[in-house]
Design a protein around this ligand. Structure first.
Ligand code: GLU
Length: 484
């Protein structure tokens, strides 16, 4: 195999989406698996929709996911520049080659003329395509069209009656009839190349070995292969990765949930969970295993295990995976992630003192097992910030009606109040509850259920010892005294 060189080639026309991130990830994994080179090339020829801000957003999202690249706009490399608008001379040069060899020609048709042609074809039930009005213009005809002030585009002359075979590493052999293609524009009248032309020139000049991208580009591939042939270039290998569908089996869209990577970042998903999830959108390890670090994915990823069938975006699975990573990851990191969400919910304000930060850490530790993503934390921590405890349900009410409850709470208040500091460690809390049980001759449950309900209003929730440590002695006494 020639050296592996793959690229992710986003158009910077908006934030990085799930599909783009998956393409980037597959390219990255492929490059890293084979010790190859991963390139990020910016395809910014759509001047109206492209922006540097989107470019930044895309690169930031890639970095956040844990991807790095060997060549690209920010890191440079031997095949730069890596922004297409900075490579215009190159496209002109190769378009001139095609014009010279007769593989391309100048076309002067106006928008109106083209629209009329399209309509006429559609009215006849035919595929709308360019029928080649300017294919064989004489020099004189060209001159008079130019004298009318028309500015030409460069069109590629599609060979007649040819079949183009795409040998796809994922989809197998797919053939396309040239008769259905119609001569297509490679350079627009403003001198800017179209996607199909720029991508071929760049993939060739940048020595790309494998083009791994979304299935929606499969239909562009015959147009690209024809250009490789006309320029006398070898084609790279192609691998078109299946569409991503929503759970209802229609193409993934905003209706199915957030589509931009930054939205997941904002909601407090962990990048390694999202990367793990994206890898499983089309690739499978061949086992039941579902949790993979980027390092493991790198080791295992091959195109042979990329499925032909569409991938289904299952948010429940992402939430499950993310919950798993939230439980596994370092508490310090989780706390950093939680702070903006807690602040946004109005529970804390930054900067936090060192003591308060330690306290927030305990809060996070107590609820982390219940979170699918960090934004959910606001809904779980209300119990720590609101002394006005509300009984959650009938079950909790029944607990508080128990005849031992008054004595339990009184005893605990007394025990909590003996120390001079507010702080109470989890172990001490556990010990106090035990002692109350011993004093009153009660079983564990008879003690800690009413204490739990008195402190939080609910029979369920975080570990009671953790809750007590978070509320502190004063907080505990304040809440219990309302019941005692
Ligand atoms: N700029 C194209 C896109 O964003 C790249 C497609 C390709 O990888 O060839 O869809």
């Amino acid at each position: 195999m020639s050296p592996v060189r793959v690229r992710f080639a986003p158009s910077p026309t908006g934030p990085l989406h799930i599909g783009g991130a998956r393409s980037a990830l597959f390219n990255w994994l492929f490059a890293r698996h084979y010790g190859g080179t991963f390139i990020v090339r910016i395809e910014d020829t759509d001047l109206e929709r492209s922006s540097r801000q989107s470019e930044e957003n895309i690169l930031d999202a890639l970095r956040w996911l844990g991807l790095d690249w060997d060549e690209g706009v920010d890191v440079g490399g031997p095949y730069g520049p890596y922004r297409q608008m900075e490579r215009l001379e190159l496209y002109t040069k190769y378009a001139d080659c095609l014009l010279e060899s007769g593989a391309a020609y100048l076309c002067y048709c106006s928008e109106e003329e083209l629209a009329a042609e399209r309509e006429a074809l559609m009215a006849k039930g035919e595929l709308p395509r360019y029928l080649g009005r300017c294919r064989n213009l004489s020099a004189g005809e060209r001159a008079s069209l130019e004298a009318e002030g028309r500015r030409p585009v460069v069109r590629f002359r599609v060979p007649e009656d040819k079949v183009v075979l795409v040998k796809d590493l994922v989809r197998g052999d797919v053939s396309f009839e040239c008769s259905e293609i119609g001569d297509y524009i490679i350079i627009k009248s403003d001198g800017i190349p179209t996607y199909n032309f720029a991508v071929v020139v760049d993939d060739h000049v940048m020595a790309i070995s494998h083009v791994i991208r979304a299935e929606e580009h499969l239909s562009n591939t015959p147009r690209q292969i024809l250009l490789y042939d006309a320029l006398g270039w070898e084609t790279p290998e192609f691998a078109h990765v299946s569409l991503i569908l929503g759970k209802d089996r229609s193409k993934m869209s905003k209706r199915h949930g957030a589509t931009a990577i930054e939205q997941y970042q904002e909601r407090g998903y962990l990048p390694e969970a999202l990367a793990n999830f994206l890898a499983l959108l089309g690739w499978s390890p061949g086992s039941e295993e579902e949790v993979f670090s980027l390092g493991e994915l790198k080791q295992q990823f091959t195109l042979e295990r990329v499925a032909k069938s569409p991938a289904v975006f299952d948010l429940d699975k992402l939430n499950w995976l993310n919950g798993h990573y939230i439980r596994e990851t370092d508490l310090e990191r989780l706390t950093e992630m939680a702070v903006p969400h807690l602040e946004q919910a109005g529970y804390i304000s930054t900067p936090l003192s060192a003591d308060k930060y330690e306290w927030v850490k305990k809060v996070v530790a107590s609820v982390r097992n219940h979170l699918s993503y960090m934004q959910e934390i606001a809904g779980h921590v209300k119990i720590y910030f609101d002394d006005n405890v509300q009984i959650a349900d009938e079950e909790a009410r029944e607990i508080m009606a128990g005849e031992q409850v008054g004595a339990v709470l009184q005893d605990l208040i007394k025990k909590v109040n003996v120390a001079l500091t507010d702080e109470i460690k989890e172990d001490e809390a556990r010990q106090l509850l035990k002692e109350v049980g011993k004093d009153l001759g009660l079983k564990g449950k008879q003690v800690f259920m009413p204490v739990r309900v008195a402190l939080t209003g609910s029979t369920q929730g975080p570990d009671l010892n953790q809750v007590m440590a978070i509320l502190g002695r004063e907080g505990i006494a304040r809440r219990l005294s309302k019941w005692a």
